[in-house]
Design a protein around this ligand. Sequence first.
Ligand code: URP
Ligand code: ZN
Ligand code: ZN
Length: 460
Amino acid sequence: MSLLIKSGEIVTADSRYVADIFCEGETITRIDRSITPPPGCEVVDARGKFVFPGFIDPHVHIYLPFMGTFSKDTYVTGSQAALVGGTTTLIEMCCPARKDDALASFDLWMSQAVGKSACDFSFHMGVTKFDATTEAQLREIVRRGISSFKIFLAYKGAFGIDDTELYQTLKLAKELGVVVTAHCENETLVAERCKELLAAGKTDPAQHHESRPPAVEAEGVHHLMTFAELTGAATYIVHLSCKEALDQAIAARQRGVRVGIETLIQYLTLDKTYAEKPNFEGAKYVMSPPLRDARNQAVLWHGLRDGLINTVATDHAPFDFEKQKPMGRDDFTKIPNGIPSLEERVNLLYTHGVARGRIDLHTFVNVASTAVAKQFDLFPRKGAIQPGADADLVVFDPNYRGVISAKTQHMNVDYSAFEGWPLEGRASVVTVRGQVAARDGKFTGTLGRGQFLQRKPSHF
Ligand code: URP
Ligand code: ZN
Ligand code: ZN
């Protein structure tokens, strides 16, 4: 089986040229000015379009038991949404509860994906407690192909770990060459502020921001950076939302701390006024860290442009507006946290980043694909257009004009945080390992064809 992507403008993190891409089986085998298709070869006409490496979302929740409920997508719905939106690989957070066994949880999360996912996938292994049994199991999980951990410095009593566990986790990660991804918020401050706000009768969704203002996130980042500095472990801050937190991370990086920084498409495009919408509609926009004051958006875009912020993810965590968000109608601390966006990340990043001149095409490819692949030990199998790489390609139409709507989305959730927003460009043909898996907003792939990507630690 062969596939030829003809006459597209290939754009990678560091190059741009017009050529044909020939794929045999699952792999790119040749790139040339003009390639004649052999008999039976499927040809995709990419004239007038960009061809990008498949995009990678490094922060996705599919199976997420959280705040007394479960996030809505499965790998059947989530992987279709990812592919339609140009994301060919996702990395999910495996999040056991504290009482759960790490290895059994890893097997459980894997069983949700294998045989169901249409896109390729891997996991960050959540470390939600640290003891001798967990340590042995984490070593085994790394042997099975996981090269990143996930920790929470938030969600007291649920996923959060204490400082002793944080120190031990980072020491183990350093030994194994694993990168530790971290949710950075000071959980004690969050818990105390929630109590005070509720006692004062402040219960609406807008209070979520007041319970975790920028200083709470900045303290979380500073805290992690101190532990990273003393252990020498490689770290990665997930969903960084504001200037105060960025300043802490950059200061640490300048003194030699190893830290990657991720922001989200939500923080780049939405601000805290959305969570202030009346009649509980603000609940659609409750996530942690919260949407920030709009002034932070320019800081984040500049951070991407200047290479300070490394990646753009979604933290996709879909909870229905009708049935799940109302768990917190009278108490904002009970609103399930999350804003779905797996399907829209790439198109929104292009529309609000490239089309508005905030970032160039190479930065776009880098932060949403190549830098992710490098950070998480997938490069050059993923994140690259070169012979030998997986034939994960996105033929992108910059002339497409359309509008986002929950009515047409593939994500299994009853609202879109971006309802009615215009798009200036979209992923038009998406391939996964040589198979066309999405075309013009429709899924055409094969459920269950997605592969678990084994990763080898490199962060020694
Ligand atoms: O609000 C969020 N971010 N929900 C998902 C869980 C997490 O913290 O990543
Ligand atoms: Zn988080
Ligand atoms: Zn998350």
